[in-house]
Design a protein around this ligand. Structure first.
Ligand code: GUN
Length: 297
């Protein structure tokens, strides 16, 4: 048992931003197109505000046209749908993202499905989910978090995962299910676990690739990890810590990093792993949407 390689998502994302910026300049020079990303946020959830600010900042750094619509928490379903309809018809908008979760009175599915599939840079529209599930990964807009996780897996294991057992903990539409589809498309043998799974530690011990996306701090313990496994930690949990007698908060993943690190061959840190890669994939999807709108791929 050695010490795992730390998969540096921040550095990988920075390299991606560089190549996206360069391609954005080329697109502007050769075709007169500037990729446009519009983010819609409803209400004042502090975590969502942080995520949206990061997305806007990164889009601007990549040379995109970045627009944010901030709507009051009590906006009506009809008003939000009317905004999406306007954005669908606006040629300067190539990507539309409605930040989730939405307040309870709004129908999240109806709103997500109102976004034109060609502008669905989140990959949440049924057309894109269908393409991904059918294995048409080259044509679909793939949800950003699993797409970023996959690049980090590929960096360590290559693109063909034949013969590898992959275990995904979490069955959400945003991460768990699309992650499983991507791993399957790369020929891994895939198990999806969730809160009703029997003997979760035992299932995890069989994983050559373990993806944790549950939202419970440090739930995955070191002795759940198969020696040599690649561990991808999607969790972003805020936990209280005592510093000099003061209670502060810090971010931690779903995996007990200190316990897993001596056993795994590679592991993503939190923060600095999956988070930055998610944003990089959003930029990549937006650039692609802009190119496709002009008939370039
Ligand atoms: N909330 C948490 N993750 C995401 C995401 O990937 N996209 C959107 N739209 N909302 C989110």
């Amino acid at each position: 048992m050695g010490s795992a390689t730390r998969i540096d998502g921040k550095a990988m994302a920075a390299r991606l931003h560089e190549s996206i910026s360069a391609e954005t300049s080329r697109l502007a020079e050769q075709h007169g197109i500037t990729p446009g990303l519009t983010v819609v946020i409803v209400g004042e959830d502090p975590a969502s505000q942080v995520y949206v600010r990061n997305k806007k900042r990164t889009a601007e750094a990549c040379g995109f046209r970045s627009v944010q619509h901030t709507l009051p928490a009590d906006v009506s379903q009809d008003d939000l749908l009317a905004l999406i309809d306007d954005l669908n018809g606006d040629d300067s908008v190539h990507g539309i993202l409605v930040q989730l979760p939405l307040p309870d009175h709004l129908d999240e599915q109806a709103i997500t499905q109102a976004i034109a599939p060609s502008k669905d840079v989140d990959g949440f529209h049924y057309v894109n989910i269908g393409k991904l599930t059918a294995g048409d990964t080259g044509d679909a807009f793939v949800p950003c978090t699993p797409a970023g996780c996959m690049l980090m897996v590929e960096e360590h294991l290559g693109a063909d995962l034949s013969g590898k057992n992959a275990v995904v903990i979490g069955r959400s539409n945003i991460v768990g299910k699309p992650m499983a589809s991507l791993l399957l498309a790369a020929n891994a043998t895939v198990t999806i676990c969730h809160s009703r799974t029997a003997d979760l530690p035992g299932v995890c011990r069989n994983a050559d690739i373990l993806v944790a996306a549950v939202g419970r701090a440090n739930m995955v313990e070191g002795d759940w990890i198969k020696p040599g496994a690649v561990v991808i930690d999607v969790g972003i949990n805020r936990i209280p810590v005592e510093v000099d007698g003061e209670t502060k908060s810090k971010l931690t993943g779903d995996v007990d990093y200190a316990g897993a690190e001596p056993v795994a061959s590679a592991i993503t840190p939190v923060p600095g792993g999956v988070g930055p890669m998610t944003i990089a994939m959003l930029m990549s999807n937006t650039l692609r949407a802009a190119k496709l709108s002009a008939g370039i791929d």
